[in-house]
Design a protein around this ligand. Structure first.
Ligand SMILES: Cc1cc2nc3c(=O)[nH]c(=O)nc-3n(C[C@H](O)[C@H](O)[C@H](O)COP(=O)(O)O)c2cc1C
Length: 202
């Protein structure tokens, strides 16, 4: 079991633009849980990167490459090589913050590789959403969860159950409590265990 799951890496993607962010704090706690299972982690704070928006030129349809020159050059190989992704986001207008969607749209070339160019990919890992909303809207997480489902799919990752918190920071307050962090750490630990199991079954 050990050798099949040795050297695993989970990337935490933080989609909040804020320094003191509820969703990023929960992501950090979840990654602690992941690390407790012997998995290496790294956090990418999207706001720190220069990511241009997809222009829909569809040049990638021919060779699976993007002609835009920006930080995605380094992010593509790192994100696509991850065994798992935990994508943490605040809810903005029932969806992801705009710059996070811009980042996701730039993965169109992976959709092309998979479904148009039919490149062989190793479909192994798991992606999951951690999301925080200020209100108690019943369907407040649904649009982001769907967007991330297809983002994960383009990278050949199956979607694992989300961790969501409603009524947190409606006016931007930092409201992550110790029990919430404990819940996120437990979630990360469980996610890591299921990820290992998932990889062994492949
Ligand atoms: C531009 C903007 C739009 C928002 N839209 C929603 C929304 O549609 N539904 C909701 O429940 N909360 C909404 N919120 C509240 C945030 O989801 C909430 O403040 C969250 O705690 C922020 O997470 P963060 O600390 O990780 O940035 C919005 C906040 C901002 C700044």
């Amino acid at each position: 079991m050990e050798s099949a799951t040795k050297g695993l890496k989970v990337i935490g993607i933080a989609a909040s633009p804020r320094g003191q962010s509820n969703s990023t704090a929960l992501l950090k706690a979840a990654l602690k849980g992941v690390e407790s299972q012997g998995i290496t982690t790294r956090i990418l704070e999207l706001i720190k990167y220069n990511v241009l928006q997809c222009m829909g030129c569809n040049i990638c349809v021919h060779d699976g490459k993007c002609r835009l020159v920006d930080d995605m050059y380094d992010l593509y190989p790192e994100v696509s090589a991850a065994d798992g992704i935990l994508f943490a986001t605040p809810i903005y207008f029932y969806s992801l913050p705009g710059f996070a969607k811009i980042f996701i749209d730039r993965f169109q070339l992976y959709w092309v590789k998979k479904y148009v160019l039919k490149e062989k990919m190793s479909c192994r890992g798991l992606g999951a959403m951690i999301a925080v909303a200020g209100t108690k809207g019943e369907k407040v997480f649904l649009p982001s969860e769907l967007t991330l489902k297809y983002f994960f799919d383009s990278l050949c990752l199956e979607q694992y159950q989300s961790l969501t918190f409603r009524e947190v920071g409606p006016m931007g307050e930092f409201e992550v409590t110790a029990p919430m962090k404990q819940q996120a750490e437990k979630y990360g630990k469980q996610y890591a265990k299921i990820l290992k199991q998932h990889l062994l079954n492949k």
